[in-house]
Write a protein that binds this ligand. Structure first.
Ligand SMILES: [Fe+2]
Length: 302
């Protein structure tokens, strides 16, 4: 954990909306521009409801200690990371699938421009407390970062995430959010070298990456790592605390919004992927920003 943020301008990127329903009758729609310009869309009145007989799942004992994360993988729809009997795992999976469906309905109402192009990624239920997980600095998500993965090159594809705090004890999900993506890229870009020749081939050939790591993926991973390793950045860069109370749902592009999860327990999370070209304003995507700043295409060899 880091101290309270010190110097640095405040960040105001959380926009709140009054919606109280997941379905198509809710008031907010066509807010792609808000999302794509790097905001977090928060819905303090939009809770994900557990039925009475589902409330027993609000307990870390259902999560495999090795993964701490109960998830449903698509398109197969298989349950991972949960421990329990057949009779319990069926209803647990149904709960997570219901969240996936609710999130998808919400996302398609908020972002109708993405209809037909939004792909459903993992659906997760996280009953384990954020603070106290023993992890390396690179995996420490209490440090501000953009999402980028060593083994899973995205090739510019966007990561859209729908989170919901389902804590039954009044405990908020505590985040920090940080500077805009372009400012963040400018902070480190001059210090990041190009990938070594042949390295993308080697990483793929040895199975370290699922497909070739493009220069875009190299830069995103470097931004992720350099931010997390930079204690001064963590403490003094422009940032703000954002507490999401139980019953709140929030949405952002997690490959664009600098974020850190500082505390909280019991959260639902749905990931969607979207080709950057399908955005309403593709010029604001991390790929477009990085290509503009470097002055060259970054998906060569993809
Ligand atoms: Fe993250």
């Amino acid at each position: 954990m880091f101290a309270e943020p010190g110097v640095g301008a405040a960040v105001d990127i959380v926009h709140s909306y009054d919606d109280a329903t997941w379905d198509d009758s809710g008031p907010t729609r066509a807010v792609e521009a808000v999302l794509e310009s790097g905001h977090v869309l928060a819905f303090p009145r939009l809770g994900f409801r557990f039925e009475d007989d589902e409330r027993r799942f609000l307990d870390p004992r259902w999560a495999d200690p090795a993964s701490k994360n109960i998830s449903v993988r698509w398109p197969q729809g298989e349950l991972r990371g949960a421990v329990g009997s057949e009779g319990d795992l069926g209803p647990l999976k149904a709960l997570v699938v219901r969240y996936a469906e609710a999130s998808e309905a919400l996302a398609l109402r908020l972002f109708p421009h993405y209809r037909g192009h939004l792909r459903r990624g993992n659906s997760s239920f996280r009953p384990v407390e954020v603070v106290g997980r023993a992890r390396s600095w690179r995996q420490d998500d209490t440090r501000l970062h953009i999402d980028a993965f060593p083994s899973n090159p995205m090739h510019g594809t966007r990561l859209l995430r729908v989170f919901s705090n389902v804590n039954p004890n009044g405990q908020p999900r505590r985040w920090r959010v940080g500077e805009p993506f372009e400012a963040h890229a400018r902070r480190y870009l001059g210090r990041i070298g190009r990938p070594l020749p042949g390295s993308a081939w080697l990483l793929h050939a040895t199975g370290i990456t699922k497909r070739r790591r493009t220069e875009y993926d190299h830069l995103m991973l470097q931004l992720h790592d350099r931010a997390k390793a930079d204690a001064a950045f963590q403490q003094t860069s422009p940032q703000a605390h954002a507490d999401f109370a139980p019953g709140t749902t929030w949405v952002c592009f997690s490959d664009q919004v600098l974020h850190a999860a500082m505390g909280g327990q019991h959260m639902m999370e749905q990931t969607f992927t979207l080709d950057a070209a399908r955005e309403a304003l593709p010029a604001s995507s991390p790929l477009a920003v990085l290509e503009r700043l470097t002055g060259r295409p970054l998906l060569a060899g993809a």
